[in-house]
Ligand binder design. Sequence first.
Ligand SMILES: Nc1ncnc2c1ncn2[C@@H]1O[C@H](COP(=O)(O)OP(=O)(O)OP(=O)(O)O)[C@@H](O)[C@H]1O
Ligand code: NI
Length: 307
Amino acid sequence: MAILEVNDLSITFKQYTNGLKKKYIKVISSLNISVEAGEILAVVGASGSGKSLLAHAILGILPSNAKVSGTIKFNGEILTSARQEALRGREIALVPQSVNYLDPLMRVGKQVRTSVKKGNEAKAQREVFERYRLKSDVDKMYPFQLSGGMARRTLLSTAMVSGARVIIADEPTPGLDPAVINEALNHFRDVADNGNAVMLITHDIESALKIADKIAVLYAGSTVEVAPANNFTGNGEKLRHPYSKGLWRALPQNEFIPIPGSQPHPSTLPSGCLFEPRCVKATLECTKAQPVMRELRNGIVRCIHAT
Ligand SMILES: Nc1ncnc2c1ncn2[C@@H]1O[C@H](COP(=O)(O)OP(=O)(O)OP(=O)(O)O)[C@@H](O)[C@H]1O
Ligand code: NI
C-alpha cells in the first residue's frame, strides 16, 4: 500500500487585482502521485511547474488564500488539516527549498535536537552533523553565521533525524559540493531502504536517477508521466509522454536540444492538454479536454497519443 497518495489535487489562488477585483489562478490541476514504503519518488519539472506547492499541500503549509481540492492520504487515511498538523515533523518531514526556514533565533544544534522524536537527541544530532561534515563548533552557531551550504546541510539534518515515515526534500542539494550531495543521496536511499518513503524534488535528473525508483514529471501544475527510473535512458524511447521525452533529450549529456516554446503561465493555461501548444504530436482532439492519467507499460501517462 502507498504510504503517501495524492489524487486529483488542484490548487487555486484567490488574488485581488487593482480595484479589488477578485481573480482565481489555478496553479495545480488534477495532480496524481503515490509513494510506497521503501521507495524514492523523484519529482522533476521546470521552474514554476508546481513542485514546491505539491510539497506544501502535503505538509498543510499553503498560504491562506490557497483553495485545495482532491485528496491526500497518508497510510491509507485522508490527511485532514488536523492530521497534517499532528504529523508534521513527526511522520512527515520537509527539507524546505529555502534556507529561510531555519529559526533565526535558535542555535542550529538545538534546532536539530528538537526534531529528534525518539532516542538520545544529542547523540543523533552529533551523528547527523558528522555525516554532513558539520564540525562541533557549528552546534552553537546561529543561522546567520552559516554559509549557504552549511544552512542546507542543517536543514537536511533536521529532517533526517526526525524518524519520519515520509521525507519530502524540496531541492535539497544546490550549492553543496559533490561529496556531500552523494552523502545526502545515499542517506535518502538508506531512509527508504528502512521502510520509509522519500519524495525528492529536484531539477537534477542525473542525480535523481542514481537513487530514485520512480520519476514523476510535472508540467504546468500537473503530472504528465510517472515512470520507472530505468526508463530514462537512450533517446527516451522508453518514456511515454512527449514532454518527458523532450525534457530528457534536452539534457546537456543527451542531445541538448531544448523544446521550442515555454511552459504556460497559470493565468493562461490551455483548455485541453496543457502541453498541446508545444507538442509535435498534437491533434484537434488534444485541444478539447485535459487527458486523464492512464496506465501504460508499467507507468502512467496523461496523453491520448502515447503508446
Ligand atoms: N502564493 C502564491 N500565489 C500565487 N501564485 C503562486 C503562489 N505560490 C506559487 N505560485 C505560482 O504557482 C506556480 C508553481 O509554483 P512552485 O513554487 O510550486 O513551482 P516549483 O516547481 O517549485 O518551481 P521552482 O523549481 O522554481 O522551485 C508558479 O507559477 C508560481 O508563480
Ligand atoms: Ni520550488
